[in-house]
Structure formats: C-alpha cells, structure tokens
Design a binder for this molecule. Sequence first.
Ligand code: CUA
Length: 371
Amino acid sequence: MINLGVSRKTSLVTTRQSGAGVRVMIRMILGAAMIPVAAVAWATEDWGMGAANQQIARGAVFSPVSTPASSISTLAWFSLAVTGAIFVVVGGLLTYSVIRFRARPSDQPREPPQLYGSNPIEFAWTAIPLLIVIVLVLTTIRTIYDVQAAAEPPNAIHVRAIGHQWWWEFQYPDLGITTANELHVPLSDPAHPTPTWLRLESADVAHSFWVPRLAGKTDLIPGKINTMWIDPYEPGVYLGQCAEFCGTEHAMMLIRVIVEPRPVFDRWVAAQRLPAAPQAAVARGRRVFESNACASCHAVKGSSARGTYGPDLTHLMSRQTVGSGVATNNLDHLKIWVRDPARMKPGALMPAMNLSDGELNDLVTWMTTLK
Ligand code: CUA
C-alpha cells in the first residue's frame, strides 16, 4: 500500500500527458469535421431563408406562446429542478467523501471497517427515490391529460393538416379553403380561447408536425388520424419542422404558423375563398399552365387546373415561401423553382418542366398574379 503513493504520482503524470494528447486529438477531429461543414455551408445557396428562419425560430422551446407548449415547458423545468437537485446532492456527497476519506500514506494497509444491514439507510434509499418517481409520474400524467384530453370548445377552428413528401397541405373544411405550408390561425385570447384543432393525416409516409413554441410533436401516420390543438396567445410567425424522417427532403419540410388577430384572420379567409382573378394581360402564362403537366398536379380555383397531388396555387403569392420553406417567394425564385425544382430542393417530386424561356417567363409572370 505504501507503493500506492508512488504509483499514484506516476499515473498522475501519465494522465496529464495523455490529457494533452487527447486535447490535441479532439482539436484535430473537430478541425477535420469543420471542413465538410464549411464546404456544405459555402456550396448551399440560401435563397433568402437563413436569416428569416433564424429570426422566427428564436427561443423555440424556451418561449412557449400556446397552452400545450407552455404545459410541456413547465413540466420540463420542474423535472429538471428535481433531477438537478438530486445531481447536486449526490455529486456533493460523492465529492465530499472522495476528498475527506481519500487514501493517505499514513493509512494502515488493511481494509476499512465494513457496514452491513442498516435498516434506516436501506429504507431511506428505497423510499426517497420511490417518492421522487411517484411525483414525476403524477405531474407527467397530469400534463399529458391536460394536453391530450382537452375538450374541444364549440368555437374551435378546424384544420385538416396532411403531410406530403415534402410539403404540408392545410384544409379548412368549415371555411372552404385549401392552402400549403403556411398555416394561418386566429390569435386566441386566454379569457375567451379560440383554439385551432388539427386533424393530422398523411398522404404517403409518416411525418410529424412540430412547431416548438406552440405544442409538442404529433405524428402524421398513413391510415390513422391523430389530433392536436394550439391556442397561440401572441401574434407572430412561428417556425416549425417535420420531426419524423420521411425521405430525402425531410429537412426541407418547414411549417410556418401565422398567428394574427381575428379581424386580420377573417380578411385572410375571405381573400382565400375567392377564385384566382382572370387577368387578360397574363392569359398566355395561364394557358402554359393549363396545357402542361402543371394542371394535373396543382389546382388553381377559377382555372381548369384541379390537380391535388401538389400544393393548391390559387393564392400562391399570399405565401411567404416556395417549396415548403426552401426559398422566399418572389418572381426570381419561382423561375428557378419551375425551371428545375431539384436545384433548390434535390429529390423534390416536382419534375423540371422543360419549358422554353418565353413559356417560363409567361408562366411565372402569371403565377405572380395569384395573390
Ligand atoms: Cu415529413 Cu419528415
């Protein structure tokens, strides 16, 4: 045991040396990892979205603005406080014991006295953790019940949210509206809540609807209907994301929830219900749309296009983004998108349209009138 002191000293020295070695190695690995990361960041075009997304994603799960998200956040902080307190107590006792009762060169070379069968200690380390687990289970069950078993009030807004590879279809069956990727909902006054009830379906594979500031994740499963609800009490735009891997463009299946005061929402509804206004000046573009494959996948109310495979384009220009959040919505980006969607969104199921430059110009000019 006297040797212990010596071997401890040598092991300390080697630990210090290997510690420096490990640090150098970690630095090299991190450095090497940064090369592809930087290359990807440099090679990927931004299409105007980077700053826009950062702006509206700020805070995410830490600043809930809807009851389900806020219940989950409260529960998470409570669990963190309980487990944090356990960590401090256990870590503190451990550190104290390691320092206070460490081996000293003056120690006798024999085993310290061993303690067997202490009923009070065994009772304490069984009962206290059991109580803690019961408290955590009960608070969790209560939160799950509050969020999932909430009764739907009669004035709820109904939305059918359908996940597609790789975009979102939002139908408002009571209002006769179909839109895509950007969900408009009215602001909900906590005194008189007007929540939005979502009926989640999938057109192909499993997706997951997740807007962190509004609610937890809920999956969209083929052949099954799930429901969830949100009651945002602060106006704004909230960014969400498909949260279940669904194929190549899973990462580019963004959701924008636009929460607006009731009068603004009502005006949006009234505008969305109108068909696209026919405009003689852009009739050529409309003919390009109707006579090409566009019309078999997309619908534009007021034209002959009734396709349901892709997003409804009747009020395309009322949306802020193209391709489910891949680019800001403007004439230049629409032109790039229609010419070759895969350039913006590799793997996108919309094919390149192979139009002549003249046709492309006419088509996109007409599209920008779909307000
Ligand atoms: Cu849809 Cu991931």
